[in-house]
Write a protein that binds this ligand. Structure first.
Ligand code: DOR
Ligand code: ZN
Length: 427
């Protein structure tokens, strides 16, 4: 036996004081009492499944002044995330077998947490989707222009979906329609301008196109970062193979709540009205949203600290994802069951991972949390290379210990493993 841990275990949807045994990285027993060596007793602290973030931009290769795979994955580990899925808009972008192999190689050397990689599907590589299958965890499609993103035209959408459907892998969408974005393009000096240029109509149009083009197909499709009330309505009665994610920045901000440093909150899709924000909370609270995702998109402080018009879009968030939402549980905004379902169980299910639940046979990925210890989030204590957070001063509950495959990775603000500890997920 590698270890047993004793505490308040979240098991089968409720808490029981008990012991969880780990052998060769897997959970092998969960019992009231187990006596093995070593035995770690965390008292009344909670033992929860670690989270999976299926949406991060770790910027490696190509933009390592913003982040790299080791700093990004270290931030994930400190935030209780044991597995991340990296987006393809790096330099070079992951659009070919070679670029996927190269990124897998660098991530294997640098990552502190388990990881998967997405391939981008654009107008250029649409004929080669089958070749990428064995090297990626899923496919990302940008229907509208965004930071360093390769686009797929709507006229190629059906063909692309027919191909990705054959692979049976997850296809993820950035759902903003390019034609609509161009129609509204204008000078942008404020967040309100940014919102006008990227109106909810653009999300709505893209979502209609995805629903139409995926008719009759059964492989899983994921809509990233839903942001608008209109989009929410389009997806309300979606087919069961379509899942939807929301980010903390769309849940915790509205465009009128941000006055200073507006460029730091520039993100695509944009932060919208309090009405949109409240609709997303309604969706989370009523089981109409499938997952939480950070869309961790770090840009260096100097890159953001410029005229609004020139600032790149994107916000960091992988380390604050779980802590912010644990604080929301404490405030009574969501239940712990909802949080665990949307941050641990369903992402694992979508990506076929043996993670996400404290259950015999799964990876021993869990966190130790003291719900009494709320702290004010501050960039000084975070680990992303970008050095800032949009959630400065927000309440967060951080894990004191994080275990991945039974190994203690984080203990009381220290990292205990080396870069390269993280394994690629099976694809
Ligand atoms: O705001 C965004 N930033 N939206 C995206 O789609 C990409 C991301 C980035 O990579 O910076
Ligand atoms: Zn993204």
């Amino acid at each position: 036996m590698d270890l047993t841990i004793e505490g308040n275990l979240y098991h089968n949807g409720s808490f029981e004081h008990g012991c969880l045994a780990v052998d060769r990285g897997k959970i092998v027993a969960i019992k009231k009492s187990l006596k093995t060596d070593p035995h770690l007793n965390v008292g009344t602290n909670l033992i929860l499944p670690a989270g999976t973030d299926l949406h991060v931009h770790f910027r490696d290769p190509g933009f390592t002044q913003k982040e790299d795979f080791s700093t990004g994955s270290m931030a994930a580990a400190f935030g209780g995330i044991s597995c991340v899925f990296d987006m393809p808009n790096t330099q070079p972008p992951t659009i070919s077998t070679q670029t996927l192999k190269e990124k897998a190689q660098l991530a294997s050397h640098k990552s502190y947490v388990d990881f998967g990689l997405y391939a981008a599907i654009s107008d250029e590589n649409i004929g080669r989707i089958a070749d990428l299958r064995s090297l990626c965890a899923g496919f990302k499609i940008f229907l509208g222009s965004s930071t360093h993103a390769l686009r797929l035209s709507t006229q190629n959408l059906r063909v692309a979906l027919l191909e990705t459907n054959r692979t049976k892998k997850l296809t993820l969408f950035h759902a903003e329609d390019e034609h609509c974005l161009r129609k509204h393009a204008d000078e942008e000096h404020t967040l309100i301008d940014h919102l006008r240029c990227r109106s909810a109509e653009c999300e709505e149009t893209a979502l209609h196109a995805i629903l139409e083009s995926s008719q009759g197909l059964s492989s899983p499709i994921h809509i990233c970062h839903l942001s608008s009330c209109e989009g929410f309505e389009v997806l309300r009665n979606r087919p069961s193979n379509i899942s939807v994610g929301v980010t903390p920045h769309h849940l915790f901000f509205d465009v009128h709540s941000i006055n200073a440093k507006q460029a730091f909150y520039k993100v695509n899709p944009p932060i919208r009205s309090s009405f949109d924000r409240d609709t997303l909370w309604y969706g989370v609270q009523n089981n109409l949203i499938d997952i939480f995702e950070s869309d961790h998109a770090p840009h260096a402080e100097e890159e953001k600290n410029v005229d609004f018009h020139h600032a790149p879009s994107g916000l960091p968030g992988v380390e604050t994802l779980y802590p912010l939402l644990l604080a929301s549980v404490k405030k009574g905004q969501i239940t712990l069951d909802t949080l665990i379902a949307l941050l641990c169980e369903r992402p694992a299910q979508l990506l076929n991972l043996p993670k996400g639940k404290l259950e015999v046979g799964r990876d021993a990925d869990f966190i130790v949390v003291d719900m009494k210890k709320t702290e004010a989030i501050t960039a000084e204590h975070l680990h992303s290379k970008c050095g800032w957070t949009p959630f400065e001063g927000f309440p967060g509950i951080f894990p004191s210990q994080v275990f991945i495959r039974g190994e203690k990775v984080i203990d009381d603000h220290q990292v205990l493993v080396k870069p390269g500890f993280g394994n690629p997920v099976e694809v």
